[in-house]
Design a protein around this ligand. Sequence first.
Ligand code: GLU
Length: 319
Amino acid sequence: MDTAENNSRKVVGRFAPSPSGRMHLGNIYASLVAWLSARSAGGLMVLRIEDLDPRTQSGPWTELLIRDLDWLGLTWDDGPFYQHDRIERYEEAARSLVERGLTYPCFCTRAELHAASAPHASDGTPVYVGTCRNLSPDEVARRSAERSPATRLMVPAASDPAGVITFTDRVFGQQRQELARDCGDFLIRRSDGVFAYQLSVVVDDAEMGVNEIVRGCDLLASTPRQIYLQRLLGLPEPAYAHVPLLMAPDGRRLSKRDRDLDMEGLRERFRTPERLLGWLAGITGIAPDAEPRTAEELARIFSWDSIRAHRGNIAIDLA
Ligand code: GLU
């Protein structure tokens, strides 16, 4: 077998953090599982900083999260790649969709979208009802003079099987979404010109050779949109695994505001990466106990069955 074929079979996973705050325990958990899955299969990891939003480009977070991954021993083989360096790639992909007549300019404001009495997708975004889908060229010109539009991708009509996306998630099993009913036409570029996450993520994962995506299950509902884009752009479809969310003791989703569960608080509390990783592995079922362990040691005992056994949200109790 030649090397190219060998390489093409290697698992390539990724870390794709957004530098909008310090890593918290939920980010650490998803990163750890992504790393364990790739490493336990002899695979590689790519690090990509998802900093397309200008608000994330100037803060201290990128440097801190690289340092935190490093401290944890979650190593990578390629990158860091920065999305802000890759705008022309997203432009190219968006242009091909626009040129094929698959998109339209959308002038709806965020307030209008949320005010519409449309059903909401499971990730909380309103299902787009198609307000701007049939604007006349005159209307588009008139409105464009007032404000820049966003760019929306049309999804197939409800009756078209191309809009029914199914895939098997490694943790949550068989998934099915009808794009027209469950999300509607979706953004590939915001009105401020920033490319949407859905577009940039598929362009990058394909170009970086990522064939296994492990991330928090808050992104499970985004995956069908990404698969639809991969199909339109002729990109390979990676394997997906969405891991349970970690919840604060009061049942809330952990956020970057939970100081005692962010890296700063956790490093103060646990002092060493082995103690932090061992405890995290213990409470999430990756390891049979909470003994201190390195990432390498965890890779030797990692199994997807242990993740599947905890498919519900996992409550964190620091006491
Ligand atoms: N950048 C996203 C985040 O930090 C993750 C994107 C992904 O894993 O696809 O939430």
